[in-house]
Write a protein that binds this ligand. Structure first.
Ligand code: MF3
Ligand code: CO
Ligand code: CO
Length: 251
């Protein structure tokens, strides 16, 4: 069941989304070679608490940390660790979700660490563009599958692959609500968009031609590409408005 948010709820979603975006802005100067992903995690937890919010990932289905940090061939759900030290040429996705006044704000960006191979930089830029193109399709009366269709149409010619094992999701009081938002065309997303719906758009794009992913047996979370190629992701939480779309995870 897709929950249509009331004006009161939308206000809270806006505040949570803004805080999540501010958290990423706050972390940005620390995303550099020599810093561990654990440092980023600890800074995020501190910032979140200071703003009266809760880190949604912490203890979510047993996830052990406050944010997800996914480096290079890690597709998503990387666990911050003191052993993971960022180095020149890496890309790292930082995925944060805060709960403020009971409502979630979920957003991620992929950052370049120092000098990154231009080919990889292109993947990152195009993945961001893919998210933006998907979001631009959103308006009342439109079908949700237009989001995935547009992302697929844009990404396909580059020879990259869109991960289909993970998708966007409705969001509100719940971290992951209906509907599931696919990043490729699918009749499963033959859902008419209505004002007051809130969900994420968060394509994961692999540089290689395999969309396959594997989840680590060791920690049960870290998802990597099947072929070892690098993977990028961007995520926003959005609201369907009376006339179009509003990005909630912005400052
Ligand atoms: N933030 C992720 C998403 O976009 C979910 C992370 S779940 C966790 O949906 F448990 F790994 F934190
Ligand atoms: Co999400
Ligand atoms: Co997220």
């Amino acid at each position: 069941m897709i929950k249509i948010k009331t004006q009161k709820e939308i206000k809270k979603m806006r505040a949570a989304g803004k805080l999540a975006a501010e958290l990423l802005d706050y972390l940005e100067p620390y995303i550099k070679a020599g810093n561990s992903t654990l440092l980023l995690n600890d800074l995020a937890e501190e910032f979140t608490q200071k703003h009266g919010a809760i880190s949604a990932p912490l203890n979510y289905n047993g996830f052990p940390k406050s944010i997800c940090t996914s480096i290079n061939n890690v597709v998503c759900h990387g666990i911050p660790s003191e052993k993971d030290i960022l180095k020149d040429g890496d890309i790292v996705n930082i995925d944060v979700t805060v709960i403020l006044n009971k409502y979630h704000g979920d957003t991620s960006r992929t950052y370049l660490v120092g000098n990154v191979d231009p080919k990889i930089e292109k993947l990152v830029r195009r993945t961001k563009k893919a998210m933006e193109i998907g979001i631009s399709k959103i308006k009342p009366g439109e079908m949700l599958y237009e989001v995935g269709k547009a992302i697929e149409k844009y990404i396909e010619p580059f020879g990259y692959s869109i991960v289909d094992a993970y998708c966007g999701h409705g969001i509100g009081k719940g971290f992951h609500e209906d509907p599931y938002v696919l990043h490729k065309f699918s009749m499963e997303n033959a859902i008419e968009l209505k004002p007051g719906m809130t969900f994420t758009v968060e394509p994961m794009v692999n540089m290689g031609n395999s969309s396959g992913v594997v989840t680590s047996n060791e920690d049960g979370w870290t998802v990597t590409t099947l072929d070892g190629s690098v993977s990028a992701q961007f995520e926003h939480t959005v609201l369907v408005t009376e006339t179009g779309v509003e990005i909630l995870t912005k400052v």
